[in-house]
Design a binder for this molecule. Structure first.
Ligand SMILES: O=C(O)CCC(=O)C(=O)O
Ligand SMILES: [Fe+2]
Length: 304
């Protein structure tokens, strides 16, 4: 897709060659190549949306979302948590995919590893059973204390509330569905309800990632019509952008920057970075949890 094909309207950029509904139902859209020279780069401190050919919102970019003391406090909380749980590499379910050990950058004095600590999730192949807290939260009293400490720390609670607010703004229908999922959980799954009582984030899924140059993937368990949030923290100073080959779009993802994307359909990867520690937190919601709670997911024709 050439740059000339893209119509700009204030902070909304239309990608006329990409049709989200078709990509979701039939696939078949080419993955562009970052090196071909036509890449659209969003590297300014300006909030923007990307919409597809039919005007569906598919990406939202909020550079500078977390700033100054809030960013420093969040970075510190992430590093302290990683240290307390003795975070490690490649122990998750996806160690041959996006969590391949070779994707981590090892630098002296920096942390490398990832931990998933969803309020609730289904074990693979057990989507008819109750979704329960991630095993990582309950693997030891030490980890329970550290991860619950992360969730209920003031800086992460405030961040969670702000992320809920952003979601409500960009997709009120999806936000309403998530509220219905939460209310089902509160009524039916005591262990999850007790975690959620300490942590306002509505998306039940979360991972915290240190120094991973996340390779190209799509999040195949996420809600098809849903969103995932990626927020960067740490000390790196350049690079580390998020590249979306379907759109040939590279988005700045420096410490404090937030990207929301429909990550089930739009594949994405992290570009190399420099200047220090990279941290990212991903918030997401799995289709199987909505199905278990019998909450309808937004239909393609209803979102904008
Ligand atoms: O490393 C990142 O920030 C991207 C992570 C991601 O896309 C994922 O875990 O699904
Ligand atoms: Fe992802």
């Amino acid at each position: 897709m050439g740059k000339d094909n893209v119509k700009k309207q204030n902070e909304i950029q239309i990608f006329p060659d990409f049709d989200f509904a078709r990509a979701l139902n039939h696939g078949g859209f080419p993955l562009h190549n970052r090196d071909a020279g036509n890449t659209i780069i969003w590297d300014e401190k300006k909030s923007r949306f990307a919409k597809d050919a039919k005007g569906f919102k598919i990406v939202a970019h909020f550079p500078g979302f977390l700033r100054e003391q809030n960013l420093d406090d969040f970075t510190k909380l992430c590093l302290d948590t990683g240290e307390k749980i003795k975070i490690s590499i490649g122990s998750g379910a996806d160690k041959k995919g996006r969590d391949d050990p070779s994707s981590y950058i090892h630098n002296v004095g920096e942390t490398a590893g990832a931990v998933g600590f969803s309020h609730c999730q289904h074990a693979i192949g057990h989507t008819h059973e109750k979704p329960l807290p991630s095993r990582s939260i309950l693997s030891s009293c030490r980890d329970y204390d550290a991860l619950l400490g992360f969730m209920s720390a003031p800086q992460s609670k405030i961040l969670s509330q702000r992320l809920n607010g952003i979601l409500q703004e960009i997709d009120p229908e999806f936000f309403g569905g998530l509220q219905a999922v939460r209310s089902f959980i509160d009524r039916n799954i005591a262990s999850v309800a007790s975690l959620a009582a300490n942590d306002p984030i509505l998306m039940e899924g979360r991972s915290l990632i240190f120094n991973r140059q996340t390779p190209l993937h799509n999040d195949s368990l996420d809600c098809p019509t849903g969103w995932q949030f990626i927020i960067a923290a740490g000390h790196f100073t350049s690079g580390g952008s998020l590249y979306i080959p379907h759109l040939d779009l590279s988005l700045r993802l420096l410490p404090g920057d937030l990207v929301a994307l429909r990550g089930r359909v739009l594949s994405h990867e992290i570009e190399p970075w420099s200047g220090g520690q990279r941290i990212s937190m991903v918030n997401f919601t799995h289709e199987s949890v909505w199905k278990y709670a019998k909450v309808p997911m937004p239909h393609l024709f209803s979102f904008k």
